[in-house]
Design a protein around this ligand. Structure first.
Ligand code: DGT
Ligand code: CA
Ligand code: CA
Ligand code: ZN
Length: 570
C-alpha cells in the first residue's frame, strides 16, 4: 500500500503551495491527503482501475500528480516547486512549531532561507520584532533548533525494538541460520536508535542475505553484498545485517554491540596482554592464533574481567568495575512483579479495570495499581472525589472476581503551581498508593519547579513521583529541575522516584536513574499504560534501569505485594 506515501506527497506539495501563497490549492491538497490517508482500499488499486477522480477531493490536477508519482516513484510537480522555492523547506519544516506560513514570513522580512539563517536571525533578536512572532516564538525557535540538532533522525527505542526483534525472529526461521541477535544501540537499550544492527551466523551467507532483503517489511534495499546488507524498513528505520561464521559470533557481537568507546578500551587492554581484539576474534598478537571468539563471556574472561551486560557498555566506568569483579548485579527483565502506574476508562485510558488486570496477570504480574488522573486537568474525564469512591467499589468487585492478581487503587494527582495537590489529603489518605506528577507550568524557573516537587514529596500521602523530569524524547526537553535536591528530598521523605516506561518518556532516564541509585533513592518501574498493549512497555523501563546500573533491591516493584506496600509512606 502506498497510501501513506501518496498522502505525504500531497501534504508536501501543499507546504510549498503555502509558501507560494496559494491558499485555495493548499486546502485542496490537504483535503485530498487526508482522504487518501484514511482510505481503506489500496490507492494503487484505485489508480489501476482508473478511479482516482472518484475519490472525494481528488480532481483532475491532483489525480495527475498521483498518477505521475505512482508511475515513476517521483513527482515532477514537487521537483519543480522545490526548484522555484528559494528556501530550504524540508529542513526548516523540521523545526518544531514552524510551519510554511512562518517560513514565508521569515523569508519576506529577513531573507531567511535555511536553518542556519534562521538561527542567526533569532540570535540577533530579529525574529521577535516581526509582527505576529514576538520574543516567545524567537526563544522557542532557538530551543527547537538546538533540540533538532541533537536528536536528528533518531528513533525512540520503543519503536525500533519490536521491529528489530521481528527481523531476528524471521531470520531464525531460516534453516541456514545458526544464531542471530540484535547488536548495536538497540541491544544496549539506548533511549534512541540511529539504525538497527543485526548479526546472524550461517554457512550459507548468500541465502541469508537474499532472505533478509525480501522480508515483507523491507521497503528499500540500500546495499547488498555477499555477507552484509542494509535495508530500510517500511517504518523508515535502517537495518544493517552482517552474516558471519559461528565460531566468531561472540567477537562480532561484542564489536557490533559497542559502544565504540567501550570497544576501544577493550582493544587497548587486549594489547597490554599481548593479544589482539577485532570483530573477527581475540588473537595472540605473536602467533595470530584465535584465543577466543565464540562467546562474549570467554572474550571478557580472557581479557581478565567479568562479562559486562550490554546495557552497561558505555565506557562509564564499567570496565574498571569488571576488572575488579565489582559489577552490580543488574535488575533482570523477569524480576518485575507488578506495575504501579496505569490508566483505565475511568479517565483517559481505553480499557476497563478488569481488562487491565487480566492483561497484567498474563504478563506475569502479581499486582497492579490503577492510577487514573484526578482534578481539573485538561485531561478528559479526570476523577473527582465522588468517582474515586465509586471506582473503589468497582475495584473491590473485580478483586473478588479475579484470582492471581491483586488490584490496588491509586491516583495520579497533579502538583499544582504552588506545590499543592489537586485532590484534598482526606481523599488521598484513603488510597493504597498516590502518584504525583507535574503536568503544568513547564516553563517555570528551575528553582520554582524544584520547590513545587519537593513540597509535594513532603506530603505524607505522596508515595511516588511520576515521570520526574517531564521530558518527551525527540519532542521536548523536560522542565528544568534540580534533581540532586529532589533525590535528597526523596531519601529524606521516603518518596519513590518513577522510571516511566512509556517509549517517549523513559523518565527518569538512564543517567538520572544512576544518580538516584547512587543517592540511595528507591525506584519504581511503571508503564503508565493507557491500554492493555502498553503494559508491554515495562521492558523499556527495565532496560533504562539497567542502563542506570540499578539492582533488584533498588526497585520496589521487584518485591512481593506485602513487602512493596511496606515501602509506601503510610
Ligand atoms: P546508533 O546506531 O547511532 O544508535 O548507535 P550504534 O552504537 O548502534 O552505532 P553503529 O550502528 O554506528 O555501530 C554499531 C556498533 O559497531 C557500534 O556500537 C560499535 C561498532 N562500531 C562501529 N563503528 C566503529 C568504529 O569505528 N570503531 C569501533 N571500535 N567500533 C565501531
Ligand atoms: Ca546502530
Ligand atoms: Ca549500524
Ligand atoms: Zn498520565
Amino acid at each position: 500500500m502506498k497510501n501513506i506515501e501518496v498522502s505525504e506527497l500531497l501534504n508536501e506539495i501543499a507546504d510549498y503551495l503555502e509558501f507560494a501563497n496559494e491558499p485555495f490549492k493548499v486546502r485542496a491538497y490537504r483535503k485530498a491527503a487526508l482522504v487518501i490517508e484514511g482510505l481503506s482500499e489500496d490507492i494503487e488499486e484505485v489508480w489501476k482501475e482508473n478511479k482516482l477522480m472518484e475519490l472525494p477531493g481528488v480532481g483532475e490536477g491532483i489525480a495527475k500528480k498521483i498518477d505521475d508519482f505512482l508511475k515513476s516513484g517521483k513527482s515532477k510537480h514537487l521537483e519543480e516547486l522545490k526548484k522555484k522555492t528559494p528556501v530550504d523547506m524540508e529542513q526548516l519544516g523540521k523545526i518544531e512549531g514552524i510551519g510554511p506560513k512562518t517560513i514565508l514570513k521569515l523569508y519576506r522580512e529577513l531573507k531567511v532561507k535555511s536553518v542556519g539563517d534562521m538561527e542567526k536571525a533569532a540570535k540577533q533578536g530579529k525574529i521577535q520584532k516581526i509582527r505576529g512572532l514576538g520574543p516567545t516564538v524567537e526563544q522557542n525557535i532557538l530551543k527547537s533548533i538546538e533540540f533538532a540538532k541533537k536528536s536528528s533522525e533518531r528513533v525512540p527505542l520503543g519503536f525500533a525494538l519490536s521491529s528489530a526483534e521481528e527481523v531476528v525472529r524471521m531470520l531464525k526461521t531460516l534453516k541456514e541460520v545458526t544464531r542471530a541477535s540484535i547488536a548495536g544501540s538497540t541491544r544496549r537499550m539506548k533511549e534512541t536508535i540511529g539504525d538497527i544492527d543485526i548479526l546472524a551466523t550461517s554457512k550459507a551467507p548468500e541465502k541469508v542475505i537474499d532472505f533478509f532483503t525480501k522480508i515483507p517489511n523491507v521497503a528499500q534495499v540500500l546495499a547488498e553484498g555477499p555477507t552484509k546488507s542494509s535495508v530500510r524498513l517500511k517504518e523508515g528505520i535502517q537495518v544493517d545485517l552482517r552474516v558471519l561464521d559461528d565460531k566468531i559470533f561472540g567477537a562480532a557481537l561484542l564489536y557490533f554491540t559497542g559502544n565504540k568507546e567501550h570497544n576501544i578500551l577493550l582493544r587497548r587492554i587486549a594489547i597490554e596482554k599481548g593479544l589482539k581484539l577485532s570483530e573477527y576474534g581475540l588473537f595472540d598478537a605473536k602467533t595470530d592464533k584465535l584465543v577466543a571468539g565464540r562467546t562474549e563471556e570467554e572474550i571478557y574472561k580472557k581479557l581478565g574481567m567479568d562479562c559486562i551486560e550490554p546495557e552497561m557498555r558505555e565506557n562509564e566506568g564499567e570496565i574498571e568495575m569488571a576488572q575488579r569483579h565489582m559489577l552490580p548485579k543488574l535488575v533482570n527483565y523477569d524480576d518485575i512483579k507488578g506495575d504501579l502506574q496505569m490508566h483505565t476508562k475511568w479517565s483517559d485510558g481505553s480499557n476497563t479495570i478488569e481488562e487491565m488486570a487480566l492483561a497484567a496477570k498474563n504478563l506475569g504480574h502479581g499486582y497492579i495499581c490503577i492510577t487514573d488522573h484526578t482534578g481539573k486537568l485538561a485531561i478528559a474525564n479526570a476523577l473527582d472525589e465522588k468517582r474515586i469512591l465509586k471506582q473503589r467499589k468497582e475495584i473491590e468487585k473485580v478483586n473478588k472476581r479475579l484470582s492471581g492478581i491483586k488490584i490496588l487503587q491509586g491516583v495520579e494527582v497533579n502538583i499544582k503551581d504552588d506545590g499543592n495537590l489537586d485532590m484534598p489529603d482526606k481523599v488521598l489518605k484513603q488510597l493504597d498508593i498516590v502518584v504525583a506528577s507535574i503536568h503544568s507550568g513547564f516553563k517555570n524557573p528551575k528553582d520554582k519547579i524544584t520547590k513545587r516537587m519537593i513540597k509535594a514529596m513532603e506530603n505524607e500521602n505522596v508515595d511516588i513521583i511520576a515521570h520526574p523530569t517531564g521530558r518527551l524524547i525527540t519532542k521536548r526537553e523536560g522542565y528544568e529541575i534540580d534533581l540532586d535536591s529532589v533525590f535528597e528530598a526523596a531519601k529524606k521523605t521516603g518518596t519513590i522516584m518513577e522510571i516511566n516506561s512509556y517509549p517517549e518518556r523513559l523518565d527518569l532516564k538512564d543517567s538520572h536513574a544512576r544518580a538516584a541509585v547512587k543517592a540511595g533513592v528507591k525506584l519504581v518501574i511503571s508503564t503508565d499504560a493507557h491500554n492493555t498493549d502498553q503494559l508491554h512497555f515495562i521492558r523499556l523501563g527495565i532496560g533504562t534501569a539497567r542502563r542506570g546500573w540499578a539492582e533488584k533491591k533498588d526497585i520496589i516493584n521487584t518485591r512481593s505485594l506485602k513487602e512493596m506496600m511496606r515501602m509506601m509512606k503510610k
